[in-house]
Ligand binder design. Structure first.
Ligand code: URP
Ligand code: ZN
Ligand code: ZN
Length: 469
């Protein structure tokens, strides 16, 4: 006997759309058929689309910030919010602080997440201090333990790696078969621009966007791609914001280079002008993130890239700071210069509805591509496929039920995060996740969390399919 049978489902994967029933036992899909037979639990999916649970491959939770800033979401609230947005696997970063061993950082993150998660999770590493010990011993050992991806930064005072360090990390990644995610913005150019703007008295949050224009991102993207070519290693350029950096990725892909790319909701739903707030006021801090949102032409370019395969991933880059909070956006100094406004915005819950509504419901991308961008590709690129990212016999029963007709106005009041605002307030959405199932258990139903913290498991991962495995 099955544990659960899902009847009258219209199943959508990255490849197919068809009607069938799904049978679940012990958290896994064991049968997909016209009639799967009897089950203890019956779920009727009439009128709904059943998709693989979302995988959010770019999330910051409980990440130490310095300067008295505290992130709005920890593992409980962040994964709760993810579940409510149709996501079943969350990939937060385990940040190595300079002077800290990577292993120590990973252990601390596990401790913070233990017993708290509503969804499954798996950590990427952030490398800020690539010492010989880290490169020679810690990283290889951690990759063997299933931490098969890491992020590096080309900007931020406390995280930037220089070109020699980037090449060192790329080298280890090639040897150990790990995926490197690159934050591509040029450090020196940003510092130069920020100083120039401040000297001119241009300190409002809006000038954050002017301090890091697309040329800064374009240059760093090209540099990262060139270094990856030298190192002969696959890389993923994360949070690509507009046409200029996107063209660099197209250039690389056309040359057959092993370059992958991610974009995020803020680059299709926001523009730099949002940072102006009401009248160049502090309200604009709600939209401060890096890279910043661009303009309508860039949004158009991003849609082209989502359609034509330039982008492989659509992640949230959820990095939440409360707005009315001296430990958040309103930290000491933030009103004196954009330079001190914490970078990052929430999006873990809004990610899938925004892409579904703006992409699928408006006919910009087929629904199969929606599934590829938000679930199947992250599973393949980060070593979780086919356990995650698809609906198939043997896969985890991670499923999201979508009502494609449901119309909703996006609002903070609907959210389950611990942030105090959403940058997407008032946005008209068509298509809404109504049920989220994690390994066979319903963890979210009709606006309510039905799972419990601790239900989510930690996933050790295999090698990225970017290595041809
Ligand atoms: O502004 C952002 N995106 N903050 C999060 C950190 C990062 O660079 O991803
Ligand atoms: Zn980044
Ligand atoms: Zn990020």
């Amino acid at each position: 006997m099955l544990d659960t049978a899902i009847r009258n489902a219209e199943i959508v994967t990255a490849a197919d759309r068809y009607r069938a029933e799904i049978g679940i036992r012990d958290g896994r899909i064991v049968i997909i058929a016209e009639d799967v037979g009897p089950a203890h639990e019956e779920i009727d999916a009439t009128g709904l689309l059943v998709l693989p649970g979302g995988i959010d491959a770019h999330v910051h939770l409980e990440q130490p910030q310095g300067g008295g800033v505290v992130m709005a979401d920890g593992f409980e609230s962040g994964t709760r919010s993810a579940a409510a947005g149709g996501t079943t696997t969350v990939m937060p970063f385990a940040l190595q602080q300079r002077g800290q061993s990577l292993r120590e950082a990973v252990t601390a993150y596990h401790k913070a997440a233990e017993g708290k998660c509503h969804t499954d999770i798996s950590f990427h590493l952030i490398i800020t201090d690539p010492t010989p010990q880290v490169l020679g011993q810690e990283l290889p050992a951690l990759v063997k333990d299933g931490y098969t991806s890491f992020k590096v930064f080309m900007t931020y005072d406390d995280m930037v790696l220089n070109d020699a360090q980037l090449l060192d990390v790329f080298d280890v990644a090639r040897r150990e078969k790990a995926m490197v995610m690159v934050h591509a913005e040029g450090y020196d150019a940003i510092k130069y621009m920020a100083k120039r703007l401040e000297e001119a008295g241009k300190t409002a949050p809006y000038y954050h966007a002017e301090s890091r224009p697309q040329s800064v991102e374009r240059e760093a993207t090209h540099r990262a791609i060139s270094h990856a070519e030298l190192s002969d290693v696959p890389i993923t350029i994360v949070h690509v914001s507009g046409r200029d950096p996107m063209e660099q990725i197209q250039w690389a892909k056309k040359r057959g280079m092993n370059v992958w790319a991610e974009t995020c909701p803020q680059y299709i739903a926001l523009v730099a002008d949002d940072l102006k707030g009401l009248n160049m006021d502090f309200e604009g801090a709600k939209y401060v993130c890096s890279p910043p949102p661009r303009d309508l032409d860039s949004q158009k370019a991003i849609w082209e890239g989502l359609r034509d395969g330039t982008f492989d991933l659509f992640s949230s880059d959820h990095c939440p700071f409360r707005f009315e909070d001296a430990k958040g956006k309103d930290v000491a100094g933030a009103r004196t210069s954009f330079r001190w406004v914490p970078n990052g915005i929430p999006g873990i819950e809004a990610r899938l509805p925004i892409l579904f509504s703006e992409g699928v419901s408006k006919g910009r991308i087929p629904i199969e591509r929606f599934v590829a961008l938000t679930s199947t590709n992250p599973a393949k690129l980060f070593g979780m496929y086919p356990r995650k990212g698809t609906i198939a016999v043997g896969s985890d029963a991670d499923l999201t039920f979508w009502d494609p007709e449901r119309e909703v106005t996006m609002s903070q009041s609907l959210h389950h995060h611990d942030c105090d605002y959403t940058p997407y307030e008032g946005m008209a959405i068509k298509g809404w996740p109504v049920r989220t199932i994690l390994r066979g258990s319903t963890i979210f139903l009709d606006g309510e969390i039905t799972g419990t913290p601790g239900q989510g498991a930690y996933l050790e991962r295999g090698t990225s399919q970017a290595f041809g495995v």
